[in-house]
Unconditional design. Structure first.
Length: 199
């Protein structure tokens, strides 16, 4: 049976059920108003006051075998105000329990995008399949202000204390601290280094 897609327009704010809704001022960039078009999904919602991410639910059932990935719709589309971006993050609880996460975490939603928000889900568990049902909360939507940079080409970069050290040079498992990244006792082969230089 095919579900009819109902379309309504509403707003998502920082309110939580049972918590008084604050007065909004569109000129106050601390709390933007985001228009949400509900196609056949569920409104995003903050689970607790002060949460950074609003929960996103899926609009269809999906079965993920070990290592399998799927593009799953949320049944909603949004219109962000100019100067803001949406980031779609995995839910840590789902990842811890089932090994399900997002392939492209975090996914980026530009302010001018008007299509349905879809999730690139993957089951990273090596043995156990995962069943997700319509309405399950599987991701989080974080709204942030964004800066549009001006990129300027230059021959040399200003020097810094860190310089070119990276890939574990500041510490952590297997790090030598000398900029080489992995010490002689490190586990596994050396990582593949991809260079942008042309031969």
């Amino acid at each position: 049976m095919r579900l009819a897609r109902r379309q309504t327009t509403t707003t998502i704010t920082g309110s939580v059920p049972g918590v008084p809704r604050p007065v909004h001022n569109q000129q106050d960039n601390s709390q933007p108003v985001v228009d949400v078009q509900v196609l056949d999904g569920t409104m995003p919602a903050y689970a607790m006051p002060g949460d950074a991410g609003a929960d996103l639910s899926i609009a269809q059932d999906v079965e993920l075998a070990p290592g399998e990935r799927a593009l799953v719709g949320t049944g909603i589309a949004i219109a962000l105000p100019s100067g803001y971006v949406g980031f779609v993050h995995p839910r840590s609880g789902l990842a811890a329990r089932s090994g399900v996460t997002l392939v492209n975490a975090p996914g980026t939603i530009d302010a001018r995008y008007r299509g349905e928000i879809k999730l690139n889900l993957i089951n990273l568990d090596p043995r156990t399949p995962v069943s997700l049902r319509r309405g399950d909360r599987v991701a989080q939507l974080v709204i942030q202000p964004v800066a549009v940079a001006i990129f300027r080409e230059c021959a040399d970069l200003a020097q810094s204390e860190r310089g070119t050290a990276g890939h574990g040079s500041t510490g952590g498992f297997g790090a030598t601290g000398d900029g080489s990244g992995i010490d002689e006792g490190g586990i596994g082969p050396e990582p593949l280094v991809v260079s942008s230089e042309r031969s």
